[in-house]
Write a new protein. Structure first.
Length: 450
């Protein structure tokens, strides 16, 4: 049966990995391959936080494969050239890969298919690997994708998600470099910059540990607490889903088996992830262009943008969110919405400025979810109420009523109780003066948005 190649991309796991299992079915021996892709480096997508998490994840994947008698083969360069080179070196007859949704992933797939075909080797793409429901599996009549979440979710809930695949017992690998992993961080040529001090450890082992812990109790409280910034009650599984250290299909099956309101709310978030992927698959330009143009006349106040990035807008809940982002490379969904709304609608700054900053720091920085969630908040995406504005003072009273979240990330406020009254905060703690008046900013947004 020969040799096949399992080309890992954003599916860095051995449990429930359709690419790896199919490669093992196709051949007696498999080359588990990861290519540190020069093309992705050139896009600016490689940043310190994700590079560190990726290095952890590849080391963990290699250890898991070695436990099965195999190892991870790592190459660096053009992913198409390196994959074809490995296929020729090992005599592989077929290459397997998980289907991506970005324009870059689609072009990579097309190039790889064409180059492999010249040697008589097929490329087999597995679309049910990076999402629970494959992009394009659910299509409304007369359209190529769902543009509104609620009808998508109704169809998504009824979709028959594939069964979870077990991890292989053995991964026999042909004679191809097995001396150990190279220094992945060096291969990535990551731009200079510090790794967030609170960055979580990467890898499938840690991801599965966190999933078990999440299902063992916190999931039950998710429905009532997921927006509570004080409670810190979200799963924190997004980095592991982004890198494919966890299978979204397995997370979905296990949450549904758990049942209850918390599980249903969590399942809904998995559906949002799939929804964004199917939008981007159909509209790849939405990564950088308005999905629904509003003819915005964006402002570009450099000092206000800098204050937002540094967490010194004068609004505690926004500043706390931005400082958590810098410290952990992550923040909960509600904090992301508040920070994004403040930039895009209160300051009326182009959503792409904020999306780029998030991608510079987020360990779970994902083109589909990051860009389309930013567009949702900015009112240029799939939100059916595009002109809603999230008032940071009202939001703080609802989701951080005791100021504990702000206290956690703003040490200068730890001696004052006036967490949500900027004028009092300024007097009592020397906190920055608000960089914008909310009433004036809201009026400006409505006037400029038209």
């Amino acid at each position: 049966m020969g040799v096949s190649v399992a080309l890992f991309t954003a599916d860095l796991r051995v449990h429930d990995n359709p690419v790896l299992r199919a490669a093992l079915r196709d051949a007696e021996r498999v080359v588990p391959l990861f290519v540190v892709d020069n093309g992705i480096r050139r896009t600016g997508f490689v940043v310190p936080n994700r590079a560190a998490f990726l290095a952890d994840s590849l080391a963990d994947l290699d250890a898991a494969l070695r436990a099965c008698g195999g190892w991870l083969v790592v190459r660096a360069g053009d992913v198409v050239e390196e994959t074809c080179r490995v296929a020729v070196e090992t005599g592989a007859s077929v290459v397997h890969i998980a289907g991506g949704v970005s324009r870059y992933a689609a072009r990579r797939e097309d190039r790889l298919r064409a180059e492999l075909a010249q040697g008589g080797r097929p490329l087999r793409v597995h679309d049910a690997s990076l999402t629970a429901v494959p992009p394009g599996a659910l299509i409304p009549a007369g359209k190529d994708h769902f543009a509104v979440f609620t009808p998508y979710f109704r169809r998504w809930e009824g979709f028959s998600v594939r069964d979870v695949l077990p991890a292989p017992d053995a991964v026999p690998v042909p004679e191809v470099g097995s001396a150990g992993l190279p220094d992945v961080k060096t291969l990535l040529s990551c731009p200079p910059g510090p790794v967030s001090p609170g960055l979580p450890a990467g890898g499938e082992t840690e991801g599965r540990r966190r999933l078990r812990s999440w299902l063992a109790g916190p999931l039950d409280r998710y429905e009532e607490q997921h927006d509570d910034l004080t409670a810190d009650a979200t799963s924190r599984l997004s980095p592991y889903l982004h890198f494919g250290c966890l299978s979204p299909a397995e997370a979905l099956h296990r949450a549904r088996a758990h049942a209850g309101p918390g599980a249903h709310a969590f399942v809904r978030q998995l559906a949002w992830r799939d929804f964004n992927h199917q939008v981007l698959a159909a509209r790849p330009d939405a990564a950088h262009h308005d999905y629904r143009p509003r003819h915005d006349r964006w402002r570009a106040d450099a000092e206000q943008i800098r204050a937002w990035k540094e967490g010194r807008t004068g609004y505690p809940v926004v500043d706390a969110a931005m400082r958590q982002l810098r410290h952990e490379g992550w923040m909960p969904g509600r904090a992301r919405m508040l920070a994004a709304s403040f930039l895009a609608k209160t300051l009326y700054v182009d959503w792409r400025v904020g999306a780029r900053h998030f991608l510079d720091l987020l360990v779970d920085g994902d083109i589909a979810n990051n860009q389309l969630n930013w567009q949702w908040v900015a009112g240029t995406g799939t939100d059916t109420r595009p002109n809603r504005v999230l008032n940071p003072l009202v939001q703080a009273r609802r989701f951080d009523p005791r100021g504990a979240y702000a206290h956690r990330w703003l040490p200068e406020l730890r001696t004052t109780d006036a967490m949500h009254l900027p004028d009092a905060v300024r007097r009592e703690a020397g906190y920055p003066t608000p960089i914008v008046d909310l009433a004036e900013a809201t009026a400006r947004f409505k006037r400029l948005r038209g």
